[in-house]
Write a protein that binds this ligand. Structure first.
Ligand SMILES: O=C(O)c1cc(=O)[nH]c(=O)n1[C@@H]1O[C@H](COP(=O)(O)O)[C@@H](O)[C@H]1O
Length: 224
């Protein structure tokens, strides 16, 4: 049976997937709330529940193949693939420098429609980076399903790049559910809501992120 969103949010909180405080996130950004889905591999029933919600979101989206954004979303894409019977490919974080030298693992054909699976969208940079690679390999990418939209501009950036995002939770949903279940205080809800309003990202940040990642990969290759 599919867990309700409320039950799922509370279970995720109780499993330690929601961290509060002054937390350093990706690229040195600071946030008063961090959603860490990496703990979920230790909770198979929750893994199944999140994947089932992602599968529900994906129904009605035409796609031939799935791809999870490395690493946190890979387990969800794998469970969705096995449960729904849709083949999956995997994107490496960096191009393999020996043997096949591939950036994508698995079998795919040009012009296949690929649905991308991601854990969290903040600026949209990580997802856009994966979409850019998939498109450069000849796949068509128009849609993504994600667990949490932090409502900080990433979904708009992706839309501007031709990717429609559907999410299980928005940050507003998540904090409201956790407040109703008495897991967080009114003060925390207010701090998170102010943070979301103050820390908005645009296309520029997402593009800069892709270029900084490309430079990192180039530097890694030069060091070898
Ligand atoms: O760094 C983040 O913004 C972030 C916040 C959060 O609550 N949870 C979280 O997992 N992240 C990481 O940030 C990535 C998304 O950030 P963007 O690439 O800016 O969209 C995710 O793939 C995570 O690696």
């Amino acid at each position: 049976m599919t867990r309700s969103l409320e039950e799922l949010a509370v279970e995720l909180f109780d499993a330690g997937a929601v961290r509060l405080g002054d937390i350093e996130a990706k690229l040195g950004r600071h946030t008063p709330i961090y959603f860490d889905l990496r703990v979920i591999v230790s909770h198979p029933r929750m893994m199944n529940a999140v994947s089932q919600h992602l599968l529900n979101l994906s129904s009605g989206i035409e796609h031939d193949i799935l791809c999870g954004v490395p690493y946190a979303a890979l387990p969800f894409a794998a469970v969705m693939s096995v449960t729904g019977g849709t083949p999956m490919i995997m994107k490496r974080k960096e191009t393999k420098l020996y043997a096949t030298k591939k950036i994508l693992e698995g079998v795919y054909e040009q012009n296949q429609k690929c649905l991308v699976v991601e854990d969290v969208v903040t600026s949209g940079g990580s997802l856009l980076e994966t979409v850019t690679t998939l498109r450069s390999e000849g796949l068509r990418v128009n849609d993504a399903v994600v667990v949490l939209d932090r409502e900080q501009g990433g979904v708009g950036v992706l839309k501007a790049n031709g990717v429609q995002v559907r999410s299980i939770f928005t940050m507003t949903d998540l904090v409201n559910i956790l407040r109703s279940a008495d897991r967080i205080s009114d003060e925390t809800v207010e701090i998170v809501s102010d943070h979301i309003k103050e820390c908005q990202f645009g296309l520029q940040e997402a593009i800069e992120r892709i270029f900084s990642k490309e430079n990192e990969v180039l530097e890694e290759k030069q060091e070898l």
